[in-house]
Design a protein around this ligand. Sequence first.
Ligand SMILES: *[C@@H]1O[C@H](CO)[C@@H](O)[C@H](O)[C@H]1NC(C)=O
Ligand SMILES: *[C@@H]1O[C@H](CO)[C@@H](O)[C@H](O)[C@H]1NC(C)=O
Length: 271
Amino acid sequence: MRLSVHFLSLLTLLVGASASPANLDKRQGSCACGYTDSNGNLWRESVVSDFTASAGALSVLRNDWYVETWGAQHTAMGVAKYNDALGLMTSAYNGNGTTYVAEIQSHRNDILYGTFRMRAQVPSIPGVCFGFFTYKSDTEETDIEFLSSDPTYYNTVHYTNQPHTTQEVQVNGADFTAFGDHRFDWLPSATTFYYNNQKEATITANVPTVASNFLLNVWSDGDPEWTQGPPTSNAIATVQWVELYFNSTSLSESSFVSACNAAGNPAACQI
Ligand SMILES: *[C@@H]1O[C@H](CO)[C@@H](O)[C@H](O)[C@H]1NC(C)=O
Ligand SMILES: *[C@@H]1O[C@H](CO)[C@@H](O)[C@H](O)[C@H]1NC(C)=O
């Protein structure tokens, strides 16, 4: 779910024209025949961002992501290196003026099905939503979301295919304020959600069907039914890495097979 979609749609239009399968060059090596996930699904392409790398989180970020600066609330201030990883922050509301939020969006806007993973810590300051999601429009979107104002925010997660097909899951014994692996797989038949490699939910209604961007954000709009807030201290999500393995509308099956053949048909990489 988003603060406002209008500006994002505009941004997507503006940047969309120059999008290309940028990662193709990077994976000419051993993964030229794609990636096989734990369910046996094959994916052609990847975006792998290790924000703990020595190059620094913002340097890694720039390779594959835009920092969103649209509207009054989105500034680059909330996206920074933090604890040797990437920090996404909604800053403390000072009682007057604007609550500043953080959002990053993949360069790729052509992602159509895949498996998407991150290792992250959720914010523990009440009043924000931390989102990890595919997005094309309000009705073509799949989300993993954490609400820091949930009474049991440390083990409650909201899994959604928009519009409004949500499962709220409380994971017994989990502590999302410690680093953990959050994942969803987007297939034509369903979206399936995982925490630390355990399946938590499957949603078969309203599965998105169009090429999309991938985004992460930490935001607040004061909605008493959702983010609550605004936060009175800085609310920060810490992201060590994001891995997107996917098919796109830019790299066809036949181009993929040709590239795999040209590389000598190595086995697909296991992910
Ligand atoms: C709140 O912001 C407005 C506009 O910047 C300013 O005029 C006003 O004095 C501020 N109020 C407080 C209590 O800081
Ligand atoms: C993704 O691409 C692979 C390789 O071309 C193909 O086998 C697979 O069916 C595709 N997956 C989906 C969900 O389209």
